[in-house]
Ligand binder design. Structure first.
Ligand code: ZN
Length: 225
């Protein structure tokens, strides 16, 4: 869509719970999301977009650039930048070597292979952390799910299933440690009470710094792949 400050990707949503027309930025999609309450028309959304087109353009312009998984792209693993290198002569799969993520096979499948590798890598790194933290508070992890949920980094279900965004494995290890400790602590306290935060503090010293890091850099992690 063409707004006064340039072409803009717009996603339209309709929400039964919305009380008024709202705009928000979706960093993963690089788009502005217009949410309409049940009886509002698109015209109202358009009016709000037009009135706020400067804000929309500024916010979209401030997003980190989209970095697709491709030969030569640089992506973080545990906070360390790693270039992706296509290895046509490689024997198969994806492997780490000499600070690079190396990908064999047909280049057409490289993005999919790297994405699958990151999910597997997230599971490899998160599982021992979760089991270790859980053992320290004498709880057991029922299941670990690796997802690509964009609205939150992780969650803990009442049945003891912990879910994590694979993108967390791009963050520094101490940030990952905090997020895992946070979810494991919910196995003791299914709330965010002072008792809950005391459990988190018993598991990791990184809470404040990790929250700050995610606040500053979290949106950037959504721009990879
Ligand atoms: Zn929580």
């Amino acid at each position: 869509m063409r707004l006064p400050h340039g072409p803009t990707e717009v996603e339209w949503r309709r929400s039964a719970r919305a009380r008024r027309v709202t705009l928000r930025i979706d960093p993963a999609a690089g788009a502005v999301v217009v949410t309409l309450p049940p009886r509002a028309g698109r015209g109202q959304g358009m009016a709000l977009l037009q009135a706020n087109s400067r804000w929309v353009a500024d916010r979209l312009g401030a997003l980190a650039p989209h970095v697709p998984f491709a030969d030569g792209a640089v992506v973080p693993l545990l906070g360390v930048p790693h270039p992706i290198r296509h290895e046509p002569a490689g024997l198969g799969g994806v492997w780490l070597d000499d600070g690079a993520i190396r990908v064999a096979g047909d280049p057409a499948f490289l993005p999919r292979r790297v994405a699958d590798w990151f999910r597997a890598e997230a599971r490899r790194r998160i599982t021992p952390l979760a089991l270790d933290h859980a053992a320290r508070i004498e709880r057991s992890v029922r299941r670990i799910a690796i997802k690509d949920q964009r609205s939150r980094w992780a969650s803990c279900a009442p049945d003891g299933t912990l879910a994590f965004s694979w993108r967390l494995v791009m963050a520094p290890g101490w940030v990952l440690d905090y997020v895992v400790a946070h979810e494991v602590a919910h196995l003791r306290e299914m709330n965010h009470s002072a008792r809950f935060w005391a459990v988190v503090a018993s598991l990791t010293p990184h809470t404040q710094a990790a929250k700050a890091w995610l606040g500053r850099n979290g949106a950037r992690l959504l721009r990879y792949g």
